[in-house]
Design a protein around this ligand. Sequence first.
Ligand code: FAD
Length: 594
Amino acid sequence: MPVYKAPLEDMRFVLHQLFDSNEVTALQGNEEFTLELIDSVLEEAAKFSEGVLFPLNQSGDLEGCTYENGVVRTPAGFKDAYKAFCEGGWTAMGADPEYGGQGLPIPAAMMVEEMLCSANVAFGLYPGLTHGAYVALKHAGSAEQKQMYLPNLVSGKWSGTMCLTEPHCGTDLGMLRTRAVPNDDGSYSITGNKIFISAGEHDLTENIIHLVLARLPDAPAGVKGISMFVVPKFLLREDGSLGPRNGAQCTAIEHKMGIKASATCAMSFDGAKGWLVGEPHKGMRAMFVMMNTERLSVGIQGLGVAETAYQNAVAYARDRIQGRSLTGVKAADKQADPIMVHPDVRRMLLTMRAYIEGCRALAGWVARELEILAKSTDEDARQAADDFASLMTPIVKAMFTDLGFEIASLAVQTYGGHGYIRDHGIEQYVRDARISMLYEGTNGIQALDLVGRKLPQDGGRLLTRFLDPVLEFIEAHEDNAALAEFLPPLQQALEHVQVATGYIMENAMSNHDEIGAASVDYLRLFGLTALAFVWARMVAIAAPKAEGEDAQFYRAKVQTAKFFMQRLLPQTGALLAAIQSGSATMMEFEDSAF
Ligand SMILES: Cc1cc2nc3c(=O)[nH]c(=O)nc-3n(C[C@H](O)[C@H](O)[C@H](O)COP(=O)(O)OP(=O)(O)OC[C@H]3O[C@@H](n4cnc5c(N)ncnc54)[C@H](O)[C@@H]3O)c2cc1C
């Protein structure tokens, strides 16, 4: 049976030491969030995740969701867990107090989200989508819509969905066909078929609020003709109570590779009553607010799943005995040594650990900037934070989920053949991690967003929000002996980013395929460099505390940083070479030869 223990010590390190929590709690509206309160929220979240959600992870995977005549049932235990989740106030955690939320600072909320994903990523999708719907309605909804929907979304009494995908269009939403025809009473009749809708139907909440993308009769072609509508499963009466069933039905659920306890629904909208959210034809803009929130959440799914896979790989590597150490017997009382003695097993474990802790630190940085964006009164600080979060969103989404899958696969490798066998429960993590590379925009599309949109935006200003703090850090620590072996690799990786950026900018003007050819490698190169920076920052804090008996946590930080710099970061050189080879090798290959 798999195990999971929330990594609270590391979370506190990131929140309080790496990024000073006092700066966050000093922001307007955060006055009541003392460090002690934040820590106790984390502890409660750990208890809930470990004690309630994690025990349902494997059974939820085995049982999956079921569909019968339009009714979808979640696996045994999910309803009770969801009720307890709402009663514990977890759905309200990150929401505005005006609508019944708790306004927990984003860095702490992100750590809680990681725990949910580690414990049960399929469960986490239900409140996750609801939070996305809350964000979109709060941003683009009318005052009346906010009043009508937000409090019940925040309390978890109702859940939310995002209905974009149609059978013939996923990435290219410009082709979507769902129609919205105006009614005399100001509402619209929505007709069309959506597929792959997470939480489109289920038995956890009394109402489901769909946010649906559709075209008005006079809509221009393409993405500029898409509007967003709010379509409740049950229509609401004047007094807010539930009225008749709307014409939105689930016609089937998908049978899929992983996240089996999350209902992925085919939805039919047959003249369903909906209401326009925001302006006509501006639906993509409103939906992007939701998608950006979701993209970061999906990145955290990658990290969360990786953490549990890692913990189990460590436990197995301690326990499993096989072969003898190359440098002499280590467990003389046993028939063989634990596999942890073998360099290759240690390589796998340290690879997982270095990526996970690096990603958690990077997530902490992005979350801090998002909190500044949400609550700071300083316009310049908000702009800088917005730039940084925009730049990093595709990196967090794509790199964290690519690594989540790689880490889950390394965990299976650590188990040997036993990892492939269902009873051990570790293969589930590979299957559950795989989806996060696909939805919310595939990782290939994230890379295009980074290179094609974020890099050139505002004359390259977004990029400087990353480069400047790294350069400042390097300058400030030039004479810091503790960082002597960490700054040169960071500097070199940064140079690789700069050279790659220059190469793409120079060549993309004459050949747009250069962007698409370079983008995935560039995103990884950039992401690894961002990890190198947060690792160097972690060393700056950990190295002075790494002596003495109680200092194992800090010593491990410094040692993991060394592993990252020496064994993982050198990939940036190969990525740069691949980028500089250009697009010709792939584009000159004849289509018919494939
Ligand atoms: C389990 C699950 C849950 C989902 N939940 C939801 C949900 O709640 N709501 C919702 O609306 N959707 C949801 N989706 C849909 C998901 O977002 C899409 O599957 C995804 O965006 C990709 O679209 P597609 O599957 O049509 O692939 P396609 O768009 O057909 O892409 C196929 C391949 O081509 C590549 N590609 C496409 N266009 C380009 C381009 N311009 N440049 C380079 N490469 C390109 C892609 O990267 C991909 O590798 C879910 C999907 C799954 C499987």
